[in-house]
Design a protein around this ligand. Structure first.
Ligand code: SF4
Length: 210
């Protein structure tokens, strides 16, 4: 896609600068995490030959505003519109997050869209968001959706927690069991999701193969 390579270079430099900038406030944290998420989705879009909005979950005017916020509006190229319609699960998670925003604004809206879209991917949610560690996702959800995040009292995997919240809203009709403790999928929902990211694991594997 025209401009994507330039965008990747710009995002990589911006990301490196933010990662090493030392002390950060809440806005600095949001910016650092947004850059990581956009960079990850843009790299995936380039690899798959798809528009960035389809991989990121932010569409139309919201995408254009995000690109302008990160100063990549002239670089990303391509249409700001998705080519594919969002899946039902994505729409439901996005609405759940929107309804639980601590404050309305573009940053919370972008994060709601991105988290909902990336939750469709197969790995731990923090990995598929392109974050460095699970802790960054916990901080992000605590900052923007504090009442919802506070309900994760048993440290459930974040993607599973979001789907469990939807299940609860639907009268517990989506899970195989009404209570987690008696569910055969308990380990899938509550297992440890920390550790090295996919990128780090892949790097280790290629170093071992050398
Ligand atoms: S452990 Fe079972 S009941 Fe609990 S959230 Fe997971 S799938 Fe649903």
């Amino acid at each position: 896609m025209h401009g994507t390579g330039q965008s990747q270079g710009h995002l990589a430099r911006l990301s490196a600068g933010l990662e090493h900038s030392g002390v950060e406030d809440g806005q600095g944290f949001d910016l650092r995490v947004l850059v990581r998420m956009v960079r990850h989705a843009a790299a995936e879009a380039e690899r798959l030959g798809q528009p960035v909005p389809d991989r990121l979950g932010v569409d139309g005017g919201g995408f254009a505003a995000l690109a302008a916020y990160l100063c990549i509006d002239s670089l990303l190229g391509g249409s700001p519109h998705r080519q594919t319609d969002p899946e039902d699960e994505e729409i439901m998670v996005r609405e759940l997050l929107r309804q639980n925003c601590a404050a309305n604004g573009p940053v919370a809206e972008w994060i709601s869209c991105i988290v909902a879209r990336r939750a469709l991917e197969p790995n731990h949610l923090w990995e598929d968001l392109g974050l460095a560690a699970r802790g960054d996702l916990s901080t992000l959800l605590d900052r923007h959706f504090p009442a919802l995040a506070a309900k994760n009292t048993r440290n459930m995997r974040w993607k599973k927690f979001l789907y469990r919240a939807l299940c609860e809203a639907e009268g517990f009709s989506m899970c195989p069991s009404p209570t987690c403790d008696s569910c055969a999928e308990f380990d899938l929902c509550y297992g440890d999701e920390s550790g090295a990211s996919q990128i780090v694991r892949n790097n280790r594997k290629s170093q071992e193969a050398d």
